[in-house]
Design a protein around this ligand. Structure first.
Ligand code: ATP
Length: 353
């Protein structure tokens, strides 16, 4: 079975009004596995939307190729590509009924009326809106409009669905519900999804793989847990979740922190950065070798299931820790000791500036 999508060395530059050039895509390559859910994650301006637009055909590439379901589409106009997009603001026709919105593209394509009616019925059923076909779109809630947009995008049986921040207009609870629905829908349909979001948590929960983008380049692509636990560079480590990034000096056998403590590390001599996620720090000394951080408590935030704590650690600066609630916590300004197991630690080759 061909891959739903293959992007080969995509380049795209825009002209700026001042007469300069701006590189939006700088050699992006990406191959989707069958029925895979891949999220593009990155800061504003990193090229996510441009990448989606070059896949859908709304934007042309300067160099590189786009292959969808085994067929090169690089030179094809948008309407001839077997892909559809769900947009952030849904782009629905407010003055038309739900059913007409969903069947619109099929109507324009001159499909048979009965076929359209059947397909629209199936799509409304699929997204949980059966029976609402006659309603005007303007009479629907945000979540329902979102579902209409999905049904519309899927009506033409695309081989690949592109989703450009489709949930960002929804409030938190509805957003979480729609995340689960979208994921279930994708599994049921078995087609590739490319999902764009700013929201790291959304990316971590929904994706088979995440591609982290910065400056038009994929910094790292992999399973959410791999990106979170073993980021290859400081950008990915910092962008995905909270992190403590501590400079270390390596002598070939031991990695040493700025406060003098060290841990066994079989890497060439030089400089590197230790990644310690806040949840790796705890109040209890673990069995086996451990790192110990003592200092003064800065801030304590209660989140329900844990306390977010900052520790002003001697010689190391501010450390963030996530401590389970239940254990009594001293007040801000009090002294505190935190521990982390000194095994399985992740080092990043770059040095934090
Ligand atoms: P956001 O998260 O804010 O939507 P993004 O990651 O989707 O950002 P893009 O919209 O792909 O980023 O933009 C990438 C870069 O290309 C930005 O610097 C943007 O200003 C620029 N850009 C995008 N489209 C055009 C255009 N039509 N003309 C000129 N510059 C553009």
């Amino acid at each position: 079975m061909p891959a739903p999508l293959e992007i080969i060395d995509a380049h795209k530059t825009f002209r700026t009004p001042e007469g300069g050039t701006l590189t939006a895509l700088d050699g992006v390559s990406l191959k989707l596995a069958a029925a895979e859910f891949v999220t593009l994650l990155g800061p504003s301006g990193c090229g996510k939307t441009t990448l989606l637009r070059t896949i859908s055909g709304f934007e042309t590439l300067d160099a590189g190729d786009i292959v969808i379901d085994g067929a090169a589409v690089t030179q094809l106009p948008a309407h001839r590509r077997p892909v559809n997009t769900v947009f952030q603001r849904y782009a629905l026709f407010g003055h038309m009924s739900v059913a007409r919105n969903v069947g619109y593209a099929l109507e324009i394509a001159g499909r048979d009326k009965r076929e359209i009616r059947t397909r629209v019925g199936e799509m409304l059923e699929l997204v949980g809106l059966a029976g609402l076909g006659k309603r005007m779109v303007s009479q629907l809630s945000g979540g329902q409009q979102q579902r209409v947009a999905l049904a519309r995008a899927l009506a033409g049986k695309p081989k690949l669905l592109l989703l450009d921040e489709p949930l960002s207009a929804l409030d938190k609870n509805l957003r979480q519900k729609m995340q689960q629905e979208l994921k279930a829908l994708q599994r049921e349909l078995g087609i590739g999804f490319i999902f764009v979001t700013h929201d790291q948590e959304e990316a971590l929960t929904m994706s088979d793989r995440i591609a982290v983008l910065a400056h038009g380049r994929i910094q790292q692509i992999g399973a959410p847990s791999a990106l979170y636990q073993t980021p290859v560079n400081l950008f990915t480590a910092d962008f995905l979740g909270e992190s403590n990034l501590l400079p270390v000096t390596l002598d070939g056998q031991v990695a040493r922190l700025a406060d003098g403590q060290g841990f066994a590390c079989d890497r060439p001599a030089g400089q590197a950065t230790l990644l310690l996620r806040p949840e790796a720090l705890g109040l209890a000394r673990p069995e086996g070798p451990a790192l110990r951080f003592s200092g003064t408590i800065g801030e304590v935030y209660y989140t329900g299931k844990d306390h977010q704590v900052t520790l002003q650690a001697e010689a190391l600066g501010t450390l963030r820790a996530l401590l389970r609630t239940g254990s009594p916590l001293p007040e801000p300004g009090a002294g505190l000791e935190l521990f982390a197991p000194a095994t399985g630690l992740h080092l990043i080759d770059e040095v934090a500036s």
